[in-house]
Design a protein around this ligand. Structure first.
Ligand SMILES: [Zn+2]
Length: 97
């Protein structure tokens, strides 16, 4: 799964392809410089429309989350940062070594 960069978009954002856990379609998820799992800090300007301020019981609060471009379901940070093979897991894994 390759990491994509937004063409003509804000340089702060990094996108990756992701198969939605609910509808199974290929969508694009984003992370950005300075973002942490369950991060509450506002994303930089140029925020993709699929990044939304949502409430999560798992996170026990609200945070900026990716949503599916097709069905709108929340794709929680644990799918993107914390699972084996997650698109944005590598830098976090490296921090542990
Ligand atoms: Zn979906």
């Amino acid at each position: 799964m390759g990491v994509l960069y937004l063409e003509g978009g804000a340089m702060e954002y990094t996108g990756a392809e992701y198969h939605c856990w609910r509808c199974g379609r290929l969508t694009t998820v984003y992370t950005w410089a300075g973002h942490e799992m369950w991060g509450k800090a506002a994303p930089p300007p140029g925020k993709p429309a699929s990044i939304k301020w949502i409430y999560s019981r798992t996170a026990e609060g609200s945070y900026w989350a990716n949503t599916c471009l097709h069905c709108g379901v929340v794709i929680g940070d644990w799918y993107l940062y914390d699972e084996p093979g997650a698109p944005f897991a590598v830098p976090y894994t490296d921090q542990l070594n």
